[in-house]
Design a protein around this ligand. Structure first.
Ligand code: CO
Ligand code: CO
Length: 370
């Protein structure tokens, strides 16, 4: 499987005019090579050559055996360094092995650090380093059946966790107390860690789309916004529901119905061949027509996979057509300063016909006793 993915990546790099790709520990190394390594102060760089079967590995000497054992499908050319030695000599030896001075290298734009960038630049002074995530994202954004199965399971368990949490939610609890319950339920559902800190926002604090859970006590009349995810076999889910404690202000009830309609319009627009930005437009049009356009302050969604935010981004300007196997969130929101906020976020997969929701928790406003 990993060899096939690397072959496809090489083809893609070649088509985009690249001779090499350089990667550091993170989701791309995991996806293409099956390597789960940590980014640390000791640099690790994999250089893939379009023309050569043998990827280069620059790493601490003590890590090399682990890499070779966990990615046996590849004939690694290894350049180790010991603690106390400068990193430069390993990078220079690897550069010499690359030979060609006219390399054009695709470098992971959102992963590479100044540390690796400067070491590579000094080792390959005549190479052109291009910061881009596109060749990697182009392949990762279309999921295979095993990836979709993991994403589906992560979403199913998110639905279950939400159901269990709502059994416990009471006015008088603080946002932080709810967040701790949520963390416990996520881990009890055998999530691999917590993909991101759950958001629990009540009343006016929900007017800020990404505020952390705070000391505020849940009160009657609040809308409570809950946003969290799980990680199953490396793949993330991400769900938001907004529930009512007692009867909310009429403006918030109206905002809720508009957000729900926007979520449904976006889902209806999501199908093979539709452009990503058309899904954003579908959600935004509903909110604008209801007069809340200024209060929907973020994009409609983001891809899900080995990362909680990845391609495809459901945003104005992304004209890429949707393809079967793409998985992303649909999460319109309305945030009314001083009053509260509403967001309804689902995870969906593009199918041959349209889109299927992976999160299926009801979207109707749920009233808990206030
Ligand atoms: Co979310
Ligand atoms: Co999200």
């Amino acid at each position: 499987m990993f060899a096939t993915r690397v072959t496809r990546l090489k083809q893609h790099l070649h088509d985009e005019g690249f001779s090499h790709a350089a990667l550091v520990p993170g989701p791309n190394l995991r996806y293409f090579f099956g390597l789960s390594l940590h980014l640390s102060e000791r640099p690790i760089v994999v250089i893939l050559s379009v023309e050569d079967e043998r990827p280069l590995l620059i790493a601490p000497s003590f890590e090399i055996g682990k890499v070779e054992a966990s990615a046996p499908a590849f004939a690694w050319r290894v350049y180790g360094y010991r603690d106390g030695q400068p990193f430069e000599s390993a990078f220079h030896d690897a550069a010499r092995a690359l030979g060609g001075t006219r390399a054009r290298i695709a470098v992971e734009a959102t992963r590479f650090r100044a540390l690796e960038w400067s070491l590579l630049t000094r080792a390959l002074p005549h190479a052109e380093l291009v910061a881009t995530d596109a060749p990697f994202a182009a392949l990762r954004q279309v999921k295979d059946e095993h990836e979709i199965a993991a994403l589906r399971e992560a979403a199913r368990r998110a639905d279950e966790v939400l159901r269990a949490l709502l059994e416990m939610l009471r006015p008088g609890m603080t946002e932080q107390q709810v967040a701790r319950k949520l963390l416990g339920l996520i881990l009890d559902a055998e999530s691999e860690g917590v993909p991101f800190m759950p958001l629990v926002q009540s009343g006016p604090t929900a007017a800020n789309p990404h505020a952390e859970a705070g000391a505020r006590t849940l009160q009657s009349g609040d809308l409570v916004l809950l946003d969290f995810g799980l990680c199953i076999r490396g793949y993330m889910s991400d769900i938001t529901r907004t529930i009512a404690l007692g009867e909310p202000l009429p403006e918030l009830r109206q905002a809720y119905e508009v957000v729900k309609a926007a979520n449904e319009a976006a889902c209806a627009a999501a199908k093979p061949g539709a452009r990503a930005e058309e899904v954003d437009r579908a959600a935004r049009a509903v909110i604008e027509q209801a007069g809340f356009g200024n209060y929907f302050t973020h994009r409609t969604g983001h891809g899900l996979g080995l990362e909680g935010h990845e391609a495809p981004y459901i945003v104005a300007g992304n004209t890429a057509p949707l393809q079967p196997g793409m998985v992303f969130t649909i999460e319109p929101g309305i945030y009314l300063p001083g009053m509260g906020g509403v967001r309804i976020e689902d995870d969906v997969v593009i199918t041959q016909e349209g889109c299927e929701r992976l999160t299926t928790f009801p979207r109707e406003l749920l009233f808990l006793p206030g």
